[in-house]
Design a protein. Sequence first.
Lengths: 249, 258
Amino acid sequence: MSALQLIGAYALILVVAGLSRWRQVGIERDIFYSSLRAAVQLLAMGYVIQWVFDLRALRYLFLLLTVMLLIAGRISAKRGKGVANAYWIATAAIGVATAGTLGLLLALGVAEPSGRFVIPLGGMILGNAMNITSQTLNRFRAELKARRAEVETLFSLGASRQQAARELLRETVRAAMIAPLDTMKAVGLIHIPGVTAGMILAGTPPIEAVRYQVVIMYMMTSAVTLSSLTATTLCYLQAFSPDHRLRQK
Amino acid sequence: MTTDPPAAPRAVPLLRVVGLTFGHPVATGDGAATAGVFDVTLDLFPGEIVAVIGPSGGGKSSLIRLLAGLTHRDSGTVALDGEPIDSLDLRHYRRRVAMLFQQPHMTTGTVADNLCLPGRLHGEDAARVDVAGLLHSVDLALELVGREAATLSVGQQQRVALARLLAMTPACLLLDEPTAALDPVSTQVIVRLLQRLRGEGVAILLVTHELAVARRLADRVVVLVAGRVVEEGAVAGFFAAPQSTEARAFLAAEGATP
């Protein structure tokens, strides 16, 4: 790829950032810095990937995944500003989802415990769980604000904190899960998974290549559901006190 | 309406509030300040209406939310029938000390669903709720029973919200500007109902910025300025001759000179 092509692609980023500014959406700074950051991070990854893929010592893999988790928690927590302890909630939610699904893949022997498999797979799970956790935190905050009157009315009628929060929690998870559930519905029709397509083109029988994709898809959906439910539960425990009231003043 | 033993002696308050304090930071024009209520002491007896009046931002809403157990106080005590609030399950406390908000909130479903909600929240049989009687008490037609509650007018919603509280047969009602957003008919219905409930021994605390409502309904007034009780007394005496300078200033600002 020529430098000109690269610059051409980047021009598109500048165009959409410009559109954001023109329409006063206010995400142009986020787009601009995130795009630069992505390029630097990808370049750095390019230089260390060989070394990472050759890692076989479990403790190093574990350490690397932990660092990735802490970074994911930080990114996600920024979407939950206003939720107390957002960083810990996000990290716990992403961590539970990743440990559960990656652990199962290793236990089933679907993935072998080496950097080549664990890191990209773990990264994929972490990334998806992070997105859903961001959505969940963001939505929880919005729902809590919008439904304050409902929650307090229910409290005033003698509701427990579970009863007062039920609709709010349901709506939070439902909204956060729209994208991953639609993705699963559209896979193969709209989403053409690159690795599977590549394996088939390289001669792997479809039944063989697709089997992996199906497993990955199930794991991913489980991971994001697990992270959304965990984040929602932790947000709930944070916002609703055991004596049936909202903790915020 | 009250579940107290009959002829409870007047000397025993239903709700006793001592030294109640709750501060929260607020943004003002020149930096941060602390608003809330400070060292509020008051008694509420069965069968009386106490109006809490005072300038906006003076702590009226904070006070009523504290009494409803919606916010947690910094210090002081609240006792219901001599029992400190901390020793009570708030779910049961709120059924005896019921709060009506300025803006009624109807849950999804019909008017009947809303009236049966308190019972449902406590796992009681919905069939036991006297929906017709409750609607009658707030002067709403029985035909409304199957209507989607959110489609009613604000005044009708507030009447349903009040009837919904009465389904819990509370001993005390906390009302936050209950008629501020209402049409005259709904206001009239609510005023008459509150007078009837007082006669039945319900204790009523009414937060209002409408001095006319306080004057007409209340037995006593409590004046809250900057979170502190600056004056408390019988309605007639207070409006005729307010004692404190803060209360006089407030009445003058409201155009209600003695």
